[in-house]
Design a protein around this ligand. Structure first.
Ligand code: XIL
Length: 326
C-alpha cells in the first residue's frame, strides 16, 4: 500500500527525472520507464555549458534536443540545468582573462541557449553550486570558481538577468546541495542562499525558485525544522522550493537490498515530511530513475564494493518501496 496515501494522484507534486541521452539508443525499457512514471523529463548533462559549446566554434545542441523532443513527444515537461556551474566551464572559457570578454561570453551563452529552448523548458537552474562547499571552514560564502575570480559575485546577477532576457516565462532557479542537513555548516549554507536571493531581489533581478538538489546521505541527519524554516523564508520572499536531484547515498547500511531500501525509505520519508510541513514543493526531480545508471556508482561507490541503490527503481527497473511515497 502507498506509504503516503493522502497524496492522491490529483494533488501529487509533479514528479520528474533526469535522463542520460547517451543511454537512449535502443534502450526501449529504459526510455519507457520515464514515459510511464514522469511528468517531467530533463537532460542530466546535455544542457551544461561544456557539452553545449565544447569549443568557441562548436555548438552541440543535438543531445539536448533529443531529450527535450522526447519529453515533448510524450507529453512531458522539461527543464534546463545549468548555465553556470564550476563543473562545466569549458577550457576555452577558462582561458579568457579579460572580465569584459568573460561577461560577454557568459551573456551570449545564456541568451542563445535560453532563447533556443524558450517555450520548451519550464525553467532553468541558472546557477548551480555557487555556495562555498564549507563556508565556515573556508571562511567564504561563495565557491572559488572561474566565474567568481573573473567577474566577482556579480556573475550571479549577470546570469539571472541574461536568463530572464532570453526566456521571460522560464522559472529561474538557484540550485545547490547540502541544504537539507543538521549542523552549523548546513545552517550557514542555507543562510547564504537566502542572502543571495535577497541581494538579487534588492537589485530588481528576478529569481523564482531555489532548487535543493536532495542528494541525501545515510550518514547525514535531515534537519526537518531547518528545512521547514528555509521553505517559509523562501516563500516570504516569493520564491518557490524545488527538489531537483533526489537520490540516496548510502555507504553505511548492510549491503543487502532490504537494508539499503529501508534506510532510503526512512530518509526520503523524513525529507518529504520536512518539505510538506509548510506546503507542497513545486516539483520533485530524481537524478535518474534506475540504480543501473547513477553518478553514485562512479563518484561515491560503496566502500565494500557492493552495488548502490540510490534511485527509486532498481537495476531491473522494478520500483522500490520509496517510489510509492513520491
Ligand atoms: C553529474 C552527472 O550525474 C554525471 O553524469 C556527470 O558526469 C557529472 O554531473 N550535482 C549536480 C549535477 O548539480 O549536475 C551532477 O550531475 C551531480 C552533482
Amino acid at each position: 500500500a502507498p506509504i503516503r496515501p493522502a497524496l492522491a494522484a490529483a494533488t501529487r507534486v509533479p514528479f520528474g527525472a533526469a535522463i542520460q541521452n547517451e543511454l537512449m539508443n535502443g534502450q526501449t525499457a529504459y526510455r519507457q520507464l520515464f514515459v510511464d512514471h514522469c511528468d517531467l523529463v530533463m537532460p542530466m548533462n546535455a544542457l551544461k555549458f561544456n557539452l553545449l559549446r565544447p569549443t568557441e566554434a562548436t555548438w552541440n545542441f543535438a543531445p539536448a534536443d533529443r531529450v527535450v523532443d522526447f519529453a515533448m513527444a510524450n507529453g512531458k515537461t522539461s527543464r534546463g540545468t545549468c548555465h553556470v556551474w564550476w563543473g562545466a566551464t569549458p577550457d576555452w572559457v577558462k582561458a579568457i582573462e579579460s572580465p569584459s570578454e568573460a561577461e560577454r561570453v557568459l551573456i551570449e551563452h545564456i541568451e542563445r541557449v535560453g532563447d533556443r529552448y524558450k517555450g520548451k523548458l519550464i525553467g532553468w537552474d541558472v546557477v548551480n553550486e555557487v555556495v562555498a562547499n564549507d563556508p565556515l571552514y573556508e571562511n567564504r560564502s561563495l565557491r572559488d570558481t572561474y566565474w567568481l575570480r573573473t567577474l566577482g559575485p556579480r556573475h550571479i546577477a549577470i546570469a539571472f538577468k541574461a536568463a530572464a532576457n532570453a526566456d521571460p516565462e522560464a522559472q529561474l532557479a538557484l540550485n545547490d546541495y547540502d541544504l537539507e542537513f543538521k549542523g552549523p555548516h548546513y545552517d550557514e549554507r542555507r543562510t547564504i542562499v537566502l542572502s543571495i536571493v535577497r541581494q538579487l531581489q534588492d537589485a530588481n533581478i528576478r529569481i523564482d525558485a531555489v532548487g535543493m538538489q536532495g542528494h541525501l546521505y545515510a550518514d547525514k541527519v535531515i534537519d526537518v525544522e531547518a528545512i521547514d524554516r528555509f521553505h517559509r523564508d523562501l516563500d516570504a520572499l516569493g520564491v518557490k522550493l524545488l527538489v531537483t536531484e533526489l537520490d540516496v547515498i548510502d555507504c553505511k547500511s548492510p549491503p543487502d537490498a532490504q537494508s539499503q531500501d529501508k534506510t532510503a525509505a526512512a530518509l526520503v520519508s523524513r525529507f518529504l515530511d520536512a518539505l510538506f510541513a509548510f506546503k507542497r514543493p513545486e516539483l520533485l526531480v530524481c537524478w535518474g530513475l534506475t540504480d543501473r545508471y547513477s553518478w553514485i556508482n562512479e563518484v561515491m561507490p560503496r566502500p565494500d564494493g557492493m552495488a548502490s541503490r540510490p534511485l527509486p527503481f532498481d537495476r531491473d527497473l522494478s520500483p522500490k518501496p520509496w517510489f510509492e511515497m513520491l
